[in-house]
Design a protein around this ligand. Structure first.
Ligand SMILES: NC(=O)c1ccc[n+]([C@@H]2O[C@H](COP(=O)([O-])OP(=O)(O)OC[C@H]3O[C@@H](n4cnc5c(N)ncnc54)[C@H](O)[C@@H]3O)[C@@H](O)[C@H]2O)c1
Ligand SMILES: [Zn+2]
Length: 374
């Protein structure tokens, strides 16, 4: 990938979103071509005397090597640590491998980490940073749409266990997030949906304006118009930052980020992860909206708008028949988010306005899942 760009041309396309968490607060920078400023930013932040550039095998090939060269050409001491791309690498074994590699290369408490890649890299590198020598600073450089709008923001890090996803983890905030929209150019099309579903979610839970913007310009969205994507990523980060700042550890408000995820996660699990996260969340948002409509909270017209937007963005709105209602419901009951048998659901009163309830009956959930199939 060419890292050169015309600074004048892009200047007005950059956004900065602050995550206001007191002394742990940080900036998220968003815009096309931002990677070219990474070296000067690191020099200015002065997080450590050496940087471990943690990335996966795909990203290393595509841009990692260029980024490493660019940083070292600017006088920054940097070494790449690369693991095999894919969710299977999101494990304690990978963290231990990376940590051992860093120790062998002489990294110490005065070092810092750069997480260059998607959500897997961010979660692994963030977790590693929180543990290495009891915690060293890290910078997130997300390169998937999902990582730019979701996983790089909010400070959740972690790895999977054979028993389940994200079961080991920490809350550990990065020192900065640098989201270069230009990196998305190489992202496979099917990966885009994972980010788009979260963006629709932000509109549904907090922003009728973002929702309308997506409806009006869905064509430019799926064609990755850089200025528009930067704007949409910035709005999404601002919503997540706002929610996280109010509720860093998921006692209350942060739960609204689970909109569409309660049923969505179950669909993903029952499908044995053959349904992608974004697809499952899209189906989950439609299903849970049927519950809202059934309760007279949201009107039919808004549910149709949600379905229309998801279809425009090439996301599914119906849960496939082979993923049975009974298995989805059984899986939901075992999900770690159900407290004392009661499952929290995030419902919407209208687009942009949520309410959390814990009194949804099995019949309502079953009916809503089935309604998506019609
Ligand atoms: N920490 C959080 O708050 C949080 C939130 C949501 C999701 N997550 C986690 O994020 C992970 C999913 O993240 P993801 O969807 O980014 O997956 P990913 O990191 O596996 O990336 C998807 C694929 O795209 C490749 N890739 C990355 N950037 C690329 C680019 N610019 N061009 C071409 N290919 C590129 C990767 O190598 C990988 O093959 C899951 O493990 C999930 O649990 C964490
Ligand atoms: Zn999600």
């Amino acid at each position: 990938m060419a890292l050169e760009f015309n600074e004048m041309e892009f200047e007005n396309k950059w956004h900065v979103v602050r995550v206001p968490l007191g002394s742990r607060g940080y900036d998220i920078e968003i815009g096309p071509g931002l990677l070219t400023t990474l070296a000067s930013e690191l020099a200015e932040m002065d997080l450590g005397h050496r940087y471990a550039l943690v990335t996966d095998s795909n990203v290393h090939e595509l841009i990692g090597q260029d980024v490493e060269r660019m940083l070292s050409d600017s006088g920054i001491e940097v070494e790449s640590f690369v693991f095999q791309a894919g969710e299977q690498s999101k494990s304690m074994e990978t963290v231990v491998e990376l940590a051992r590699g860093m120790v062998r290369s002489g990294f110490d408490r005065k070092s810092a980490v750069i997480a260059l890649g998607g959500g897997v890299v961010g979660d692994v590198a963030g977790f590693l940073s929180s543990l290495f020598m009891r915690g060293i600073p890290f910078v997130q450089v997300p390169t998937t749409l999902l990582a730019q709008v979701d996983s790089s923001v909010g400070g959740k890090t972690g790895v999977d266990l054979p028993e389940g996803k994200n079961l080991l983890g920490t809350f550990y905030q990065p020192s900065r997030v640098v989201a270069d929209i230009a990196t998305l150019v190489t992202l496979p099309r099917h990966e885009l949906g994972n980010g788009l579903a979260e963006i629709v979610k932000y509109g549904m839970i907090r922003s009728p304006g973002l929702f309308s913007l997506l409806e009006e310009r869905w064509w430019d969205v799926i064609n990755l118009d850089p200025e528009l994507i930067a704007d949409i990523v910035a709005r999404s980060c601002a919503i997540k930052a706002d929610v996280v700042a109010e509720d860093e550890r998921e006692g209350g408000l942060r739960r609204i980020l689970n909109f569409g995820h309660t049923i969505g996660h179950a669909v993903e699990a029952v499908s044995e992860y053959s349904v992608a996260h974004g697809e499952a969340v899209a189906m989950g948002m439609v299903a849970v909206s049927h519950i809202s409509v059934g309760r007279g909270l949201m009107n039919d017209e808004e549910l149709e708008r949600l379905k229309g937007l998801l279809r425009s963005l090439e996301l599914p709105v119906a849960i496939p028949h082979h993923i049975s209602t009974s298995r989805i419901m059984e899986t939901m009951r075992h999900d770690k988010k159900s407290v004392a048998g009661r499952i929290n659901f995030v419902l919407t009163r209208s687009i942009g306005d949520t309410v959390i309830v814990d009194d949804v009956s099995d019949e309502e959930v079953g009916r809503a899942i089935d309604a998506t199939r019609q």
